[in-house]
Structures are given as structure tokens and as C-alpha cells.
Design a protein around this ligand. Structure first.
Ligand SMILES: Nc1ncnc2c1ncn2[C@@H]1O[C@H](COP(=O)(O)OP(=O)(O)OP(=O)(O)O)[C@@H](O)[C@H]1O
Ligand SMILES: [Mg+2]
Length: 387
């Protein structure tokens, strides 16, 4: 077979990260199962890997929370990635500076092949990643903001620039919100921020529509072969509706007008009421024809796994590189047949997949390309040296 382009971490080093004082892990495997008792550090390990992609990682935690209690108040992650165009070393860390909590003031250091990058967005040029966590079990029934973040991560796997676009939009929007509160603010400045929001907002909406469309087409192609239910996906939002209805430049003008007209309402609300930061991601369980939020817990979980797998293979088809997958506690909720189906799909994708479960037996069905690692109290050991 032609050299399939895949992503694989071959080395991972953690320093004072969560419950890991120091960890060095080397692997040449594609499927990696982490088993161990509750509180061992399985999810922490996935979280560390997730920070090798843009953003705040799979828990969305503040960087101060990540520093090991009893450590020096700083943390570092470094890794060697076998990427599509050869090996690259990725590093990130936090120096203990910047405010804690969820303010926008925190920033982390990002290094790619030893060069300091301006923002974590640069990681997206090398790393494509998707994840599923137990917290996402309530995705379809929970708040729209969680679904929107999920959607943006799906889109980001197609389009590495997407995450930066969203960050820029949010930054400019915060600036506008502040100016609206100031009675002496320069109106021309507000207009220029709105022009910027128009441009970024339309780019975000367009990328979402393109991403959703590619995913839906791919679902149509693969749905009969999948052991997981297929979904009908859509994005609902004001700016997305504009982008669907008219050329991008006109949509920018329209959205800018909407912003200018709603200054009074936005000022009263203390936030921007309309825009791509309010859109929702809607999913219908295809075989049942039912909105995902009304399906059973197990059905929702299976649908979500099906979506992630379809997205991973859509990204592979579109870009030639399958994303790396982090699947926290996925196997435990599946019956044996579905679990086998999951392992098969992951093997077919080719990129690395990291899975967790409290019970090593969950991973008995894994083949030669896998490793089962035991995690306990912030240390990791290999359960079976050869397989
Ligand atoms: N900053 C920190 N410093 C030290 N320990 C931490 C820090 N943050 C979290 N922990 C601890 O790390 C431990 C491991 O957490 P983690 O979520 O990785 O467990 P897990 O192996 O996924 O367990 P479960 O099976 O219950 O999901 C927990 O006991 C948690 O309290
Ligand atoms: Mg866990």
C-alpha cells in the first residue's frame, strides 16, 4: 500500500503536569490503551496530549490548574510527532505567570522544533486531533456552547486556520463589548471593530458550512459499513444563514449592518447578541429520524462515536492525513461487537488512537499494532512487552 499519511506520537514527556511529576513514554504503536484504577492519571495523560493542539485542551482547564500540586507551579509537555511530512518536535508549557481562572490573560509557551511560536494556533499546522470524553455524554442535550465548541473542533480538523479565526473573532468582540459600555468611545473605532467582526464572522460561518457539508457527504458514503449509527448534521446560525444565501462579501456587509443596528441592544445586554458565537450544531439520529437530544443515553453515545469516526475518515479523505484520536472511557460503554467495530475502524484510519478504561480486559480484542499500558499513581508501565 502507498505510504498512508498518519500522525503518531513516538515520545511524550511530562513535567509537573497534573499528577505526573515526571513521565517519559516512548511508543511505536498506533493503538494505545491506558488502563488503571480511578484517579490513576489516564484522563490527565490524554489531556496532556490534547494540549499539543491549539486551545485549552480537552478539559478546557485554566493553565494554573494543570501545575502539579506540590510541584513548582509550572508545567511542561514535550513530544516527538511522526507527522505527515516527517518528524517534528512539539513542546508546550506554562511559566506560572499570567492570571489564573478563566480570564483571557493566560498564555502558554509553544515550541515547534525548538522555535518559539506566537500562539498555540501554530500547533494546528502539524497536529490534527479529535477527542471524546465522558463529559461529552450530555453534548446533545446540554448547552449550545458545548455543541458549538465540538463543531469548531470538527471543522478545525479539516481546516487548521479555523481555531485562530474563532479566537480572533472573540477577541475583537470582547473589545467591542467594552467600548459599547464606554459613553465616550469613538464610534468610528466601534465601526472598524464591527468590520473586522464581519470579516472574521463570515469566514467562521463559511468554514463551518464547508466542514459540515464534507462530513455529511462522507457519512453518505460510509454509513452502510459502520457499526455506529449515522447522523444528519447541520449548523443553525444567523451568519451561517447569510453565507448560505449570498456571496461572502455581501454577507460581511449584512452582518456588519446587523452589528451596527444592534449597538443599543448589545449595550443593554452587556454582550453581542448576534453572531457566529451564538450558532448551534444540530444532529439527527439518521436511522431513527430523531433529534439526537431525544435519543437514549446509549444511542447518543454511539451516535457521537459514529460522528467522530466519520469525521476522522472524512478528514483523511479530504486532506490525506487522519487526525489523532483521544477516546476517554469509550470502550467500557460498548458491547463486544461494537467494541470490535471501533478497534477495526481505528486500525483502518491509521493515525494513532489513545483510549482509556479502568479494566485492561476491555482491550483484549486489540491486535498487533497496539500497546496496553498500565497507569497507576502518575506512572505508566507496559502490560505486555510483545504482542
Ligand atoms: N494539578 C494537579 N496536581 C496533582 N494531582 C492532580 C492535579 N489535578 C488533578 N490531579 C489528580 O490526578 C488524579 C488522576 O486524575 P485523572 O482524571 O487522570 O484520573 P483517571 O485515571 O482518568 O481516573 P478515572 O478512571 O476516575 O477517570 C486525580 O486523583 C486528580 O485529583
Ligand atoms: Mg478519567
Amino acid at each position: 500500500m502507498a505510504a498512508a499519511k498518519s500522525l503518531k506520537l513516538t515520545r511524550l514527556t511530562l513535567t509537573d503536569f497534573r499528577n505526573y511529576a515526571g513521565l517519559r513514554l516512548e511508543t511505536d504503536k498506533s493503538l494505545i490503551a491506558l488502563s488503571g484504577p480511578n484517579g490513576a492519571g489516564k484522563t490527565n495523560l490524554l489531556e496532556a496530549i490534547s494540549l499539543l493542539s491549539p486551545g485549552r485542551g480537552l478539559r478546557g482547564a485554566g493553565f494554573d490548574e494543570l501545575a502539579r500540586l506540590g510541584g513548582h507551579g509550572t508545567w511542561a509537555i514535550s513530544a516527538e510527532l511522526d507527522a505527515a511530512d516527517g518528524p517534528v518536535s512539539l513542546g508546550t508549557g506554562w511559566s506560572g505567570q499570567g492570571e489564573g481562572g478563566d480570564g483571557g490573560g493566560q498564555s502558554r509557551l509553544v515550541l515547534i522544533d525548538g522555535h518559539v511560536e506566537r500562539s498555540s494556533g501554530a500547533l494546528g499546522q502539524h497536529m490534527r486531533m479529535l477527542w471524546l470524553t465522558p463529559a461529552m455524554d450530555r453534548l446533545f442535550a446540554g448547552p449550545a456552547s458545548d455543541r458549538r465548541r465540538f463543531l469548531d473542533r470538527l471543522v478545525q480538523a479539516f481546516d487548521p486556520e479555523h481555531g485562530s479565526r474563532v479566537l480572533v473573532f472573540e477577541k475583537v468582540m470582547r473589545e467591542r463589548n467594552l467600548l459599547l459600555e464606554d459613553p465616550r468611545a469613538d464610534q468610528a473605532w466601534i465601526s472598524s471593530l464591527e468590520a473586522h467582526m464581519g470579516e472574521a464572522g463570515v469566514a467562521i460561518a463559511a468554514a463551518r458550512l464547508t466542514g459540515i457539508d464534507a462530513l455529511q457527504k462522507h457519512i453518505g458514503r460510509v454509513r452502510t459499513g459502520s457499526r455506529f449509527p449515522w447522523g444528519i448534521v447541520a449548523v443553525d446560525g444567523e451568519v451561517e444563514a447569510l453565507v448560505s444565501a449570498m456571496p461572502a462579501v455581501r454577507a460581511e456587509d449584512e452582518y456588519r449592518k446587523i452589528l451596527a443596528d444592534s449597538r443599543g441592544l448589545d449595550r443593554a445586554a452587556g454582550r453581542t447578541l448576534k453572531g457566529p458565537h451564538r450558532s448551534d450544531f444540530s444532529v439527527i439520529h439518521g436511522p431513527k429520524g430523531m433529534p439526537a437530544g431525544q435519543c437514549s443515553t446509549g444511542e447518543q453515545k454511539a451516535l457521537l462515536i459514529g460522528l467522530i469516526l466519520a469525521q476522522a475518515s472524512a478528514v483523511k479523505t479530504e486532506t490525506g492525513v487522519a487526525p489523532l484520536l483521544l477516546l476517554d472511557e469509550v470502550a467500557a460503554h460498548l458491547d463486544r461487537t461494537r467494541r470490535g467495530g471501533l478497534f477495526e475502524s481505528l486500525e483502518a484510519l491509521g493515525s494513532q488512537a489513545w483510549m482509556t478504561g479502568t479494566d485492561a480486559e476491555l482491550f483484549d480484542g486489540l491486535g498487533k499494532t497496539s500497546a496496553v499500558l498500565h497507569v497507576e499513581a502518575g506512572t505508566v508501565s507496559d502490560m505486555r512487552k510483545t504482542r
